[in-house]
Ligand binder design. Structure first.
Ligand SMILES: Cc1cc2nc3c(=O)[nH]c(=O)nc-3n(C[C@H](O)[C@H](O)[C@H](O)COP(=O)(O)OP(=O)(O)OC[C@H]3O[C@@H](n4cnc5c(N)ncnc54)[C@H](O)[C@@H]3O)c2cc1C
Length: 494
């Protein structure tokens, strides 16, 4: 396994394909350091005896000890541990730990590449290629990001119907030694500080859309790939220091006729499995949110309750009600994820067929519980922000800058006029409201909220999964039986 130092050294060695504000930048640019420090935490946690058990696993390929963020889930216990690792690590850094996109995509590709080969009856070697890629990924403890979201053009048109076929990334040429792809993946979080980008389709596909059914992995600085960045950092501070400076960074990952060698291609043309791949990555990722959203809930609850303490209102009924609401969302999200882990099986939901065995035996979380948990926590994002706003009052939105506290002309006056609690030292009250602003009144918090609602698919996508996969007929029959009506469909739960 790598150390965080080796991770930083690796970043420096990559060739520059990153663009920010009109300029090419290196991977050790200051604006990327908060995000890189987040990723570094995952290496430190795996080496720390206190968290090692949760943050490492045994590779099913080599039997070696590996970072859990590179692991293919072999059991229900692995699913539980991924969720718990996420909940443990997120509050140390901020809203996102950054490596779940990679582990979620590789788990989807593990199963999809296996099934696509089965359909092709030995004429493709996607799974063999994938396992070779995975072994290297695990041995070198690499960081993966997942590029799923396409630009999607006109929302009501399918990929093959778009006026611009590049609205969804697709294969433009097949060669002896590989394929050429064109398109652009949007909002790809941590891709600029990752080692590998795993590319998967966005949506279900039809027979005519085989060119869009493509999945592969490339180094993040692969020849021809351009990344246009949007970093989101906590406001830089030099005098009043935080415990951790969180940041994340998103990329437009542009593939302008990019060559991908066959050994890095894990799906190419199998349209049914392209659709399953899209759903499967989303499913694994929604399950990851059952770790990070409760963890974010932990931070929000800490912010709201400390704000109530400092404001001198900790026991007011309206405050207790609002704090309870934060706990309800966090713990219901966690409980749904826990159940999704516990009911995990090597199975996926197929329309008309229900749950069917899928993949080489690796574990997949239960879809209903992963989706209800994600939907609940995603829809609560702005309500949680409202609770923080109500408990804090206006102070986080106009809080003075650190330099004004350092200025002898204003510093003491500001300490006097920002003081609320008589029990907490004023330096701590100042640090607290500055962090509160980071989480509620910053560029970073705005982008975090959008990601917390839409990441892994918008709530509507989760509702579609829930509605189409849930056995509603069974519930209709329960009522019919109770009413004494004839039962037309099987009364047993599917
Ligand atoms: C901060 C952040 C980080 C992210 N990180 C990643 C990442 O690392 N990797 C990745 O792959 N993606 C990432 N995403 C993308 C995320 O998965 C998408 O934002 C999400 O799937 C929604 O897609 P969209 O943004 O294109 O919204 P849209 O799908 O365009 O939604 C806009 C509106 O159009 C509606 N709509 C869309 N299509 C239809 C339709 N066919 N019929 C009816 N209504 C429709 C939607 O319901 C919604 O109301 C990230 C997003 C954010 C905000």
């Amino acid at each position: 396994m790598r150390t965080s130092k080796q991770y930083f050294e690796g970043l420096k060695k990559k060739s520059s394909n990153l663009y920010l504000r009109g300029e090419k930048i290196d991977r050790d640019a200051e604006e990327l350091m908060n995000a890189a420090n987040v990723i570094a935490t995952t290496f430190d946690a795996a080496a720390d005896p206190a968290s090692e058990k949760l943050c490492t696993a045994t590779s099913h390929l080599t039997g070696e000890k590996i970072n859990r963020f590179t692991h293919v889930h072999q059991s229900v216990d692995d699913l539980h541990k991924k969720q718990d690792m996420t909940r443990l690590l997120v509050p140390r850094v901020g809203p996102c730990i950054g490596r779940c996109m990679g582990v979620d995509a590789l788990n989807a590709l593990n199963s999809v590449s296996f099934e696509a080969d089965k359909v092709n009856k030995g004429s493709t070697e996607y799974h063999k290629n994938f396992l070779k890629w995975l072994e290297n990924f695990q041995r070198n403890d690499l960081v993966g990001s997942c590029a799923q979201t396409d630009t999607k053009g006109l929302r009501l048109l399918r990929p093959a119907q778009q006026p611009d076929p590049d609205a969804y990334l697709h294969v433009v040429e097949k060669k002896q030694d590989g394929i050429v792809v064109r398109g652009c993946k949007l909002h790809i979080t941590f891709a600029s500080v990752a080692d590998e980008i795993l590319v998967v389709p966005t949506r279900s596909l039809t027979k005519e859309e085989g060119d869009w059914a493509v999945a592969f992995a490339i180094p993040a600085d692969h020849e021809g790939v351009k990344q246009v960045l949007h970093p989101h950092n906590m406001r830089k501070r030099t005098q009043i220091k935080r415990g951790f400076d969180f940041g994340f960074v998103d990329s437009y990952v542009i593939f302008d006729n990019v060559f991908i060698p066959w050994e890095r291609v894990f799906l190419c043309g199998e349209y049914q499995h392209g659709g399953i791949c899209a759903l499967l990555f989303a499913l694994f990722h929604r399950h990851s949110y059952s770790g990070c959203k409760p963890a974010m809930g932990d931070l929000l609850l800490g912010l709201a309750s400390l704000a109530a303490d400092i404001n001198g209102i900790p026991n007011e009924p309206h405050v207790r009600e609002k704090l309870s609401k934060l706990i309800e969302v966090a713990e219901l999200g966690y409980a749904a994820g826990y159940t999704a882990s516990d009911l995990g099986k090597p199975e996926v939901y197929m329309p008309g067929r229900g749950l069917v065995p899928y993949g080489p035996g690796a574990y997949i979380p239960n879809s209903i519980y992963a989706n209800v948990g994600r939907c609940l926590t995603g829809e609560a994002v702005f309500e949680e922000q409202q609770i923080l706003c109500e408990v804090a009052g206006g102070i986080p939105s106009t809080f003075p800058y650190e330099q004004d506290f350092a200025n002898p002309e204003t510093g003491k006056l500001l300490e006097k006029y920002t003081r609320r609690s008589t029990e907490m030292p004023i330096e701590d009250q100042i640090k607290f409201w500055m962090l509160f602003s980071d989480f509620t009144n910053s560029d970073l918090s705005a982008a975090t909220n959008y990601g917390a609602m839409h990441g892994g698919g918008s709530p509507i996508m989760e509702q579609i999964a829930i509605y189409t996969q849930y056995d509603i007929n069974y519930r209709k029959n329960l009522v019919k039986a109770m009413a004494g009506m004839p039962i037309t469909a099987p009364a047993k739960k599917k």
